[in-house]
Design a protein around this ligand. Structure first.
Ligand code: ZN
Length: 132
């Protein structure tokens, strides 16, 4: 089955923890064993799995992305958001997470983050849950 999550971002760049929203969709699905595809259908956003316990980790990732890909660097793209497009490709548009016992098989410190690079906006995440 396919589901959507709506994500409302509030800053130009930010990581939004969507782990519990995805788990809620799996709970609703009743699927106990399988895989969950998380897909971001946007060109200036992404999805990643990383540490959710210490919020300074996501701040450090965003800080280094900003250093690697500054907002202004003489880009050709007229819309003025090339840095967001580049960050989207660096981080990637999808993740796959294994479901076992009805739970996302994430590590103790892992969370799933929607990555906003050109907000604030209303965003959508496509979730596909496939049972064994
Ligand atoms: Zn653009």
């Amino acid at each position: 089955m396919i589901r959507h999550l709506n994500v409302r971002t509030s800053k130009r760049t930010e990581f939004v923890d969507i782990t519990q929203d995805i788990q809620a969709l799996i709970d609703d699905s009743g699927i106990k064993e399988g895989v969950c595809y998380v897909y971001v259908p946007h060109t200036t956003a992404a999805v990643t799995i990383n540490e959710g316990a210490d919020p300074s980790v996501k701040r450090d990732i965003l800080m280094m992305l900003e250093k690697l890909v500054p907002e202004r660097a003489g880009y050709a793209h007229m819309e003025g958001n090339s840095d967001a497009h580049i960050k989207s490709s660096l981080i990637g548009a999808s993740e796959v997470i294994i479901i076992e016992g009805g739970r996302l098989q994430l590590g103790t410190w892992q969370s799933v983050f929607f990555c906003e690079f050109d907000g604030p906006r209303h965003r959508r995440v496509v979730i596909k849950i496939v049972g064994d």
